[in-house]
Design a protein around this ligand. Structure first.
Ligand SMILES: Nc1ncnc2c1ncn2[C@@H]1O[C@H](COP(=O)(O)OP(=O)(O)O)[C@@H](O)[C@H]1O
Ligand SMILES: [Mg+2]
Length: 498
């Protein structure tokens, strides 16, 4: 018997963004009534391929066939007309509009005169959401609802559009466990109706639970695809390509972690909670210790450090810094208590147009509560840092915005070297850096910890945490689920715990 024609078939897809090859020679098949999982590390090309299928990216080479017929979409609208809808990684709802308007966006019912029929819209949207088990006031502005609910409504919108191929790009990262259950129930119902879904997730357990087939991407290529029973290690092996030469040496090896130290605790958190971000978090950072917080996107670790710094203060729980209880209500409180924070968007921390030396001295100025230090003093201080940190080019008078990302990060870190905080919170400290800059950052962090600073490094990149941390906590869906201490850890073990 001949195999049935796939519902959707892509062959030899290539896609570039300027000089970056995002996809090379990718083949992909989706069958009717199938939930197809996509896995792969950040940047592997998953979203790009999905955006091609959904008509968002139109300049690619390769072939796409829908039920055996060649198609070439010119827009997302075009793809939707052919029955393909996508729920994007970044929500595309309009926060100011009501729930009903968002659900029916672009398809609002109109009356004879061509005006939007509000009553019908409210009724239709309400009935539709009800049928999906979502109870919500359809008149409420959607931006005011919890993120998980917004996500469900966005999914509902695509379903309501009648799409028979529904692409879900990391839909669960904003959802709570009961919401995920509801979503899965929904996906099963849709499958029973013969619709097909492509489900992208970093949560491999979720993929294994709901999907009928799995395809793995690495570095812009499809590396494996299976409709047979597979396990988590199969996915992870293909994701990171264990044993393949293209990986950097250090990723393959094991990292020996330290055991918990006896040094005094500089930061202690207990039962910390911020709804929609993290729950029941307890941790201790010791003086001179680098504690890694690893988890997939949306697991709560980046939110946790941000919250500890008072950006979005925790709603519940206790924080002690240097043994003293501190109610973190603002960043000012956090700073005064001796915390320092370097967020993942470093640009926001630096004054791009100001010269390097001003950027380095700014925290000293803040601490001295003085607005003016002799420029010569500032420069001299900055010069020391610039050469110690190998900031390139070694010119303290350049506007910091003209430096590369890695060198900007070093400038941002340099501030804390001149005046040590008790605790340094770092989000994605080496993201997007070349190997040399990464090594420099690792050295700086080590230097800080050697001088007694407690460091908390939150990242979604296993390599970053492995390269920096003495001890690692793994977060998953807002909770700490595992601790690695005093043992050898490899990237695949870290991934398997997340
Ligand atoms: N709009 C864009 N402009 C430039 N580069 C992009 C764009 N979108 C994606 N890329 C690049 O393409 C590659 C694949 O990205 P993406 O498809 O988003 O990966 P994934 O979804 O698997 O994390 C990455 O190197 C990313 O930086
Ligand atoms: Mg993506």
């Amino acid at each position: 018997m001949q195999a049935p024609t796939p519902l959707l078939q892509l062959t030899g897809i290539e896609k570039r963004f300027g000089g970056v090859v995002a996809l090379r020679g990718v083949d992909f098949r989706l069958h009717a009534g199938e939930i197809h999982g996509l896995a792969g590390e950040n940047g592997a090309g998953k979203s790009t391929l999905m955006k091609i299928i959904a008509g968002v990216h139109t300049d690619y080479s390769g072939r796409m066939e829908l039920e055996g017929r060649p198609v070439r979409f010119r827009s997302a609208r075009d793809a939707l007309a052919a029955g393909i809808g996508m729920v994007h990684q970044e929500l595309s709802i309009v926060p100011e509009l009501t729930v009903a308007e968002n659900v029916l966006l672009g398809a609002q019912p109109t009356n004879k005169l061509g005006f939007v029929d509000w009553r019908r819209m409210m009724t239709e949207a309400g009935e539709h959401l009800q049928s999906l088990g979502i109870s919500v006031d359809v008149r409420a502005p959607i931006g005011a609802l919890p993120l998980g609910l917004q996500q469900m409504i966005e999914i509902a919108r695509v379903i309501f559009s009648g799409a028979r191929i529904i692409i879900l790009d990391e839909p669960t990262s904003a959802l709570s466990p009961p919401e995920i259950e509801r979503l899965f129930e929904l996906l099963r119902q849709l499958r029973a109706q013969g619709r097909s879904m492509i489900f992208i997730s970093h949560f491999l357990d979720d993929i294994l639970r709901i999907c009928d087939a799995v395809t793995v991407f690495r570095n812009g290529q499809k590396v494996a695809s299976s409709a047979a029973a597979i396990d988590k290690m199969w996915i992870i092996d293909h994701m990171i390509g264990a044993g393949h030469q293209e990986l950097e040496e250090s990723y393959l090896g094991e990292f020996q972690l330290k055991s918990r130290t006896e040094a005094p605790v500089v930061l202690e958190a207990e039962d910390l909670c911020l709804r929609g971000a993290f729950e029941d978090v307890g941790l201790r950072v010791h003086a001179g210790e680098v504690l890694g917080l690893y988890g997939f996107m949306g697991s709560g670790q980046l939110e946790l450090t941000r919250s500890l710094f008072g950006k979005l203060p925790p709603e519940r729980g206790r924080v002690r810094i240097m043994g003293k209880e501190v109610r973190i209500t603002s960043t000012a409180v956090a700073k005064r208590a001796g915390l320092a924070f370097l967020p993942e968007s470093r640009r926001s921390m630096l004054f791009a147009l100001e010269p390097v030396y001003r950027n380095i001295s700014i925290s000293i100025l803040e601490r001295l509560s003085r607005l003016w230090v002799k420029p010569a003093t500032e420069r001299a201080l900055a010069h020391e840092q610039v050469s110690a940190l190998r900031i390139r080019p070694p010119n303290v008078d350049l506007p910091v915005g003209t430096l590369s990302g890695g060198n900007q990060q070093k400038v941002a870190l340099a501030r804390w070297l001149t005046h040590l905080p008790h605790v340094l919170l770092l989000n994605e400290p080496t993201r997007g850096m070349d190997v040399g800059a990464k090594e420099d950052v690792v050295r700086i962090v080590r230097d800080l910890s050697a001088r007694g600073v407690g460091v908390l490094v939150a990242s979604t990149e296993p390599e970053t945490v492995l390269a920096l941390a003495d001890r690692i906590l793994v977060m998953k869906k807002g909770r700490i689920v595992h601790e690695f201490a005093g043992e050898a850890v490899s990237k695949d073990r870290l991934l398997a715990a997340a």
